[in-house]
Design a protein around this ligand. Sequence first.
Ligand code: SAH
Length: 237
Amino acid sequence: MSSLNFDVITLFPKAFELVENLGVITRALEKSLIKVNLHNLREFGEGPYRQVDDKPYGGGVGMVLKPEPIYKAYESIRKSPKSKTLLMTPQGKVLKQKDLVRWSTLDQIIIICGQYEGFDERIRSLADEEISIGDYVLSGGEIPAISIINGLTRLLPGTLGDPESLIDESHNSSLLEYPHYTRPQIFRGMKVPDVLVSGNHENIKLWRRQKSIERTLERRNDLFTEKKEIFQKKDTE
Ligand code: SAH
């Protein structure tokens, strides 16, 4: 079985220890379904202090990652035939489950993590896609990169115990998932809905579908609007 290689360019490789300690991902690493290669940006820095950042032209606060060390780190990575390069930036396209699904058939994903005030604009030309993990600003691209590695790995065949659990999941069909319950049947006065213990699989299926729709309407009406737009576009095509 082929494995998915992540090549990450980062100033903080230690942050990625977290990847190995997140449940099912540990299993994927043990089974060699994924490999995480860390490229420490510092090693590609310039001069005796291995400088990787500098002041912005035109003035202003903060430091900016220089282009040369990132280009050098990037060029040191051997590219696979099915490879994509992702640049972590709050200015990128907001990550969606469908992106993870789309990338899950690749054999290499190169991730560039920014830091400080960001990176020199010329670094953008290395990227196939610029990705944001949401409309907020973190101090570096490491947590976004870990999110992508984690979300992608659980989609790979052989990672999850039961691949069925991927089917109904939230965001897979523009719907949020139905509520889950486990034992006990009554917990501090809160009861599991009768239908779930009825043994009637048809009714359970209907109930789950209904809850899924209700939940999405209540919490994320925007997902419905998105879906409607897709249908409308198809109609006019
Ligand atoms: N001044 C920049 C933000 C710098 S944050 C701007 O306004 O665009 C420093 C680095 O953290 C970024 O270069 C990026 O790699 C990472 N980062 C911060 N927030 C992020 C987000 N929401 N998604 C992806 N990467 C993010």
